[in-house]
Design a protein around this ligand. Sequence first.
Ligand code: FES
Length: 104
Amino acid sequence: MLPVVTVKGYPVLVFEKDGKKYYWLAGCPHKKRPLNEGKVIEDKIECPFHHAVFDLITGRLVREPQSKTPCTDCRLIRVKFDEKTGDAEFEGQPFIPELPGSKV
Ligand code: FES
């Protein structure tokens, strides 16, 4: 599991590779479910719900979800986050991930 920080009220995954950190909204763009328990395989993350796989360097979809519902605009939301100042910018509309049937 990747570490998660809260940025502007949203959960954000922190992935580190070769001394560089990548920040991604911790929500799957397919059905807005939590990605923080996704399985990390090298520099990819697999969503635990329909098993879509995303690249943690580019945010792009690597494997389609196993679901009848297509994933439109399917890429992770990058967060430009400065840990020192706390400044953050979301490259996309952030959302609070939800489990099925819950309104957390
Ligand atoms: S919610 Fe992530 S693949 Fe469907």
